[in-house]
Write a protein of this length. Structure first.
Length: 138
């Protein structure tokens, strides 16, 4: 199950995100939608980076009955990127969710040898989504 906290106020059907989550884990996940100002504050407080970002992941240590962790998505970023790249906001949010979820599962594209990129590409192909964050940034 995804515990959804929409602090942004966007209408979004999380059914596809539930399906993707179920493909990857049976653990619950907290999903938060927010704006650039709020994610900048979170980024500053938890990572020491005083700037907005697209998505943040906060894994929890494994304990029975606790969620896997939290994914925080910047909807302002998603809207801007979707417009820039010519696809839907829903697709961009889904890409950000996949990226954040993979980080919760222990993937790290900054340190691995392409495993996270391969996993993202496999999920993106299955769900017929646009290019991933890692592919766009490489």
């Amino acid at each position: 199950m995804i515990e959804f906290d929409d602090r942004y106020g966007i209408k979004f059907n999380i059914l596809i995100l539930e399906k993707i989550k179920e493909d990857l884990t049976d653990k619950n996940i907290e999903l938060i939608f927010t704006n650039s100002a709020d994610i900048q504050e979170i980024n500053k407080n938890f990572r020491g980076l005083d700037k907005p970002t697209d998505v943040l992941s906060f894994p929890l240590d494994f304990m029975p009955n606790l969620p896997l962790g939290s994914v925080v998505i910047n909807v302002d970023f998603a809207k801007n990127m979707a417009e820039k790249l010519g696809h839907s906001v829903e697709d961009e949010i889904t890409l950000l969710f996949i990226h954040g979820l993979l980080h919760l599962l222990g993937f790290d594209h900054e340190e691995d040898s392409g495993q996270m990129r391969k996993k993202e590409e496999k999920i993106i192909k299955k769900y017929n989504l646009p290019k991933s964050l890692i592919v766009r940034n490489s």
